[in-house]
Design a protein around this ligand. Sequence first.
Ligand SMILES: [Ca+2]
Ligand SMILES: [Ca+2]
Length: 249
Amino acid sequence: MTAMALSTLYLTVLLLSLGSGALPDVPSSGWCSPGHNGPPGRDGRDGKDGRNGDAGLKGDRGEPGEPVPGPPGKVGPAGPSGLKGEKGEVGQPGPVATDPLTKSLLADVHRITSRLSVLEKAVSFRVVRKVGEKYYVTDGFVDTFDAGLKFCRDAGGDIVLPKSEEENQAVLEILTPRVLYGWIRATDRKTEGIFLDTDDSPLTFTKWKPGEPNDADGNEDCVVIYSSHKMWNDLGCDSKCLVACEIIP
Ligand SMILES: [Ca+2]
Ligand SMILES: [Ca+2]
């Protein structure tokens, strides 16, 4: 059979097959067959960020907080002074010092305090003359001898009793020109004719006017100094004469 005859035969068979609705089986060789599935592909890129969401709803009102005290404020200005309190009672005496140095210091303090107190009294008089360690003072007080003694002792001193010419002159300086007489601390009331200091000690200096003491009328037992002739005389103790005191700190 020729090639032409074979082709014609094949076409005829094919047409017959088509007419019967069946295709001839395709030979397995010489045609494509289905492949196996490949490995999964790589992950893709991340997508773009989405837009911001809408604002949420307003929250509920919170509970009130716990009270916390703040820091203290500045100190205010001082108030007005209060009324003066009453004077307190005198305290009990302190313990007695035992060591020698303390005792010595306390004695010095006591001595200085006493001296200062006496000096304060001396300079409180209107007229003051200092002679050596003595202060001759007067306020112009005029009275009897005994009143003069009390006055001067209350002031921490005694009636003047000059024991030298210098002291006699100082007494005259506070006497003149105030009064004619000034009391001198000497009497013979214990023994007539014997003039002594008021502590009964003998006089170590006198300045009698000639003819004195004369105990005139038997009643002159106290001594005065005359401002006019600067000498002494005995006179009645109840006479009124200037009282000048001597104060020795
Ligand atoms: Ca006399
Ligand atoms: Ca006389």
